[in-house]
Design a protein. Structure first.
Length: 354
């Protein structure tokens, strides 16, 4: 037999092992399923099975539906998958559908008040500033036609002052993005606020803060109409980025480039697909993997995580590696020595009585 056959047999065996782990309640095996799908060495039946079991790793109905639809593409006549898709569609309300990308939307519920935002994907992903949302998880998204839908924080990148939020909106139009080569110092810009604000400015520098992520503008930070996230357009209506309250000096606002936003959005969505049990930490904005293994605190900063559903049983050895076993006094409840944050054990999340 050739090498291709051997690789196929190995991939099939790894798939069976990952499914057994999933059946035993180990959602961390979803990472292995994604790796097998990315490798492309499974046959159609194997790819369908991997997508079906990947759906079991998440409680998000939208994610489950996408996985089952992917599975059905490989086995179109599978009655069980068809039934699962029908059940999910019957359970969820129809998503609002827009034929064009709104130029600006509003977000309420963040720690610094009402903000502006802009859709950056057809699947309803929104970009605004990390400053605007802070650690808020549940949001209200206001559309231009008067509709208000629920939004949820997906990820924050505080170093870039970017927050990404999911919404149930689906868009059929095209996101008009200005090509990098079209940018020129001195060109006219307009920043939009959801309440109707329209602020004129000019581009003063192509990179106001290093690493090529920023646009320096002539718009004073003090004139931003809300907590930020205002989409910035050129005179042809093409999206350049979002306004932030960061300053290039002299109180003039910096905008985060749309190219950087889209790259981070792709990264955030890929991370969640690879690790569907992970959670965005409200404190640091990073992606915490601890909930996958039964942990209740962020392994990066120790902050409490928003855990809505029942966690899997704690996988002690894996959590020990994530948190870093310390020479701390043992927790009076679970005996772990992983350390404490805010008086709470990083392993079990309870306050130690010691």
């Amino acid at each position: 037999m050739g090498c291709g056959y051997n690789e196929f047999m190995q991939a099939r065996d790894e798939l069976r092992a990952a499914i057994r782990q999933m059946q035993a309640g180990d959602v961390a095996a979803a990472t292995k399923l994604r790796q097998l799908l990315d490798a492309g060495e499974l046959d159609a039946a194997g790819q369908a099975a991997a997508h079906v079991w990947l759906a079991e790793a998440s409680d998000d109905a939208g994610f489950k539906l996408q996985c089952l639809q992917n599975a059905l593409a490989f086995t179109p006549d599978n009655a069980q998958i068809q039934q699962g898709i029908r059940a999910l569609l019957a359970e969820r309300p129809p998503a609002p559908s827009l034929s064009i990308f709104p130029r600006v939307v509003g977000i309420d519920g963040g720690v610094n008040g009402v903000a502006s935002a802009v859709f950056v994907t057809k699947s309803g992903l929104l970009a605004t500033t990390s400053y605007a949302l802070g650690g808020a998880g549940d949001l209200a998204v206001s559309l231009a036609d008067g509709q208000t839908v629920e939004g949820k924080l997906l990820r924050r990148f505080p170093g870039m002052d970017l927050a990404l939020a999911e919404s149930p909106v689906r868009l059929d139009g095209r996101l008009a993005i200005a090509p990098p080569t079209a940018l020129a110092v001195g060109q006219e810009l307009v920043a939009l606020g959801f309440g109707g604000a329209r602020l004129q400015a000019t581009l003063t520098a192509l990179d106001g803060l290093g690493a090529g992520h920023w646009l320096a503008t002539s718009l004073p930070v003090a004139k931003l109409p809300d907590a930020g996230g205002n989409p910035l357009y050129d005179d042809r209506g093409q999206l350049l980025g979002i306004m932030t309250r960061n300053s290039a000096g002299g109180g003039m606002a910096l905008a985060l480039k749309i190219s950087s936003i889209l790259a981070l959005a792709e990264q955030a969505q890929r991370d969640m697909q690879m690790q569907p049990g992970a959670r965005c930490c409200p404190a640091c904005g990073g992606l915490a993997r601890a909930p996958i293994y039964g942990g209740r605190s962020c392994e990066s900063c120790g902050g409490d995580l928003p855990i809505d559903e029942a966690l899997p049983a704690a996988q002690t050895d894996t959590l020990k590696q994530l948190y870093g076993e310390a020479a701390s006094h043992p927790c009076s409840h679970c005996g772990a020595r992983v350390g404490f944050h805010g008086g709470r054990c990083l392993r079990c999340g309870r306050r130690s009585e010691a």
